[in-house]
Every structure is written in structure tokens, then in C-alpha cells.
Design a protein around this ligand. Structure first.
Ligand SMILES: [Zn+2]
Length: 323
């Protein structure tokens, strides 16, 4: 990456909305339900204070955004009978919010609140893992991936999950992110014959996330009940996990410390996405196609995640014209 993630000026925002932004870039899954959604806007960088906005169609939304050129634009995950009052809640998308600056196992040198190509790439890996569990384990199909400007949103619109309560969403999140140690003795090397056991279902999800988390730990991480020595030993022996040799890894660490480590790792797994967002039935999320003015990037609906690169696909034209 050869440019800075710096804020957009008032003039750059104006250029963007005048010359580059098109209402046609707002995803269909939003325009199809535009009249039932609440919109929110931040006009001056102080937060989304202009809420309860509604639009009767694409043209209406286009006129508003073209004339206001907002600092930030948001749309509700919820559908309402009366979105202008946030009344008559009908259903809401199921969302996973992976913000690169909040990943607990970042391996980059970013300071607090910053993002770089390394942690943004990690956010993408995480999103792919979330998508695979949603598809493979939960059989969900209507999964939309959005680049948010500093991370990714997974937005699920399958009818099966859209009417789920907060509690049901919390259970789904716990499964998808592997937030709980499975109550089974034959996973993660509890059985010394681990090589012959292929975990499936939740234990498989748990094994996969825990492997990812452990492989990305750094000595900077602070884990519950894991002291510096245990963290160091974990990092020293984790190469074994690249070949899924959990039994050998457990032997190196020792069974009691291993149990402590795995408990702590389950909490790391849970914090990989912002779970508050997933259980909030009335959340507003950044509107895809609009500008993230703090970093001068475009929130973008992703057509092909494998080839998506935010530094190619989510950079507004004005950034290239900066001196
Ligand atoms: Zn970073």
C-alpha cells in the first residue's frame, strides 16, 4: 500500500458524491427493502446524530445523499412497519462485524485504532472462516460480504435467521465463533489417538478457530489465567498445530496448563467479531457504496472475496489525485 489512510476533506467528500458515487452501487438487498429500513447520517464527523430517516425509493435516497454529501451514512439491519419511528419491528439481518482495529490476535504493528494491510488481510481471513461455518454448518445461503472501510460486515438475509431473537443470535454467534469449549474428550488432543479422529460439527468449528487463534497469538496478548511462561511455551510449540498434532502439542504444554490455555482461547475466539453487533436487533451499519471519511475508503459490497483487495477495490478516485 502506498498511500495513507487519512481523513477525507470536505472538498474530497464533495468530489466523491458528485463524481463517483452512484445510487446503483447500493446493494439490491437494501434497495429492495428501502421503505422498511431506518437510515442514519453523520453530517460533520460527530457520530450518526441524524437518525430515523426514511426514503420512499432509490431516487429519494439519491437526491438526499447527493445534496448532503454525508461524512458517514448508515442503514438499519432491521425492517420496520414504521421505520421513521423504529416501531413495528419485523425482522433483522444477522450480522457479524469484524473490525480490523479490534481483532484480539493482530500480528501487525498497528497502534490502537489504526489499521494496515496486514490486519485488514487478517480480517478477511476471519470473514472467510465465518462464511464457511454459516454455509457449511448452518446451511445459510443468502450471505453478503461487505467491506466496511476498516473491516468487514457479514450480512445474512436467510429468512430462517432474520426473525431470530437476541438470545437465539447469541447462541448462533457462540457456535460460529467457537466461543465455548466443547464438552467432548476426543477433540483437541484430549485423546492421544487424536490423529485418527476427525472432529465434525461444533468440535470441528472449535478446533479450527482455536488453531487460528493460537497460531496468531503474540507475546503482547493478555489471556485470562495464562501467564507469560505459558504464552511463551504455546508460541514455541504451536508449529505442531499446523499439522493438527493436538495430542503432541498438549503433551508439550502439559494437561493442566493445556486446559487453562484452551479455556482462554475460547474467549479470544469470541472476541474475533463484535458480538454486541450480532445480538442488536436495531443496529445501524455503514451503508455500502458510501464513504468512510475517517480513512477515505469506500464501503463496498464484495462480489468475489477471494480476489477482493480493499487497496484496489475500495479506494475512491480522489485519493489517487492527492499530492
Ligand atoms: Zn494493522
Amino acid at each position: 500500500m502506498d498511500f495513507e489512510l487519512k481523513p477525507a476533506t470536505r472538498y474530497e467528500r464533495k468530489l466523491f458524491y458528485k463524481e463517483e458515487w452512484s445510487v446503483n452501487d447500493v446493494p439490491d438487498f437494501i434497495t429492495d427493502s428501502i421503505t422498511t429500513r431506518e437510515f442514519g447520517f453523520d453530517h460533520n464527523g460527530q457520530g450518526p446524530n441524524d437518525r430515523y430517516k426514511t426514503f420512499n425509493g432509490q431516487l429519494h435516497l439519491k437526491r438526499f445523499i447527493k445534496s448532503k454529501q454525508p461524512f458517514a451514512s448508515y442503514v438499519s439491519v432491521a425492517y420496520y412497519d414504521k421505520p421513521s419511528k423504529r416501531e413495528g419491528w419485523q425482522k433483522a439481518e444477522l450480522v457479524f462485524d469484524v473490525d480490523a482495529k479490534d481483532i484480539p490476535i493482530r500480528t501487525c504493528e498497528c497502534g490502537e485504532g489504526d489499521v494496515c494491510d496486514v490486519c485488514l488481510n487478517q480480517a478477511k481471513e476471519i470473514v472467510l472462516k465465518i462464511r464457511d461455518v454459516l454455509r457449511g454448518d448452518l446451511g445459510l445461503k443468502d450471505i453478503n460480504l461487505v467491506y466496511s472501510g476498516r473491516g468487514y460486515h457479514v450480512r445474512v438475509l436467510d429468512e430462517d435467521v432474520m426473525d431470530a431473537t437476541s438470545n437465539m443470535r447469541a447462541d448462533i454467534v457462540q457456535y460460529v465463533l467457537a466461543a465455548k469449549v466443547p464438552d467432548l474428550s476426543n477433540v483437541l488432543g484430549y485423546n492421544n489417538l487424536q490423529h485418527f479422529i476427525i472432529p465434525f460439527g461444533y468440535p470441528k468449528v472449535f478446533t479450527s478457530w482455536s488453531k487460528y487463534s493460537i497460531l496468531h497469538l503474540t507475546e503482547k496478548n493478555k489471556l485470562d489465567n495464562v501467564n507469560a511462561k505459558l504464552l511463551k511455551d504455546t508460541i514455541k510449540h504451536r508449529k505442531l498445530l499446523e499439522k493438527d498434532q493436538w495430542g503432541l502439542f498438549r503433551n508439550k504444554i502439559g494437561p493442566i496448563r493445556y486446559k487453562r490455555l484452551i479455556e482462554a482461547v475460547s474467549k479470544v475466539n469470541m472476541n474475533i467479531a463484535d458480538t454486541k453487533v450480532s445480538i442488536d436487533l436495531k443496529r445501524i451499519l455503514r451503508l455500502p457504496s458510501t464513504l468512510h471519511s475517517k480513512v477515505s475508503m469506500k464501503s463496498t459490497l464484495i462480489k468475489n472475496i477471494e480476489t477482493f483487495d480493499p487497496f484496489d477495490d475500495a479506494v475512491p478516485k480522489f485519493v489517487y489525485e492527492r499530492k
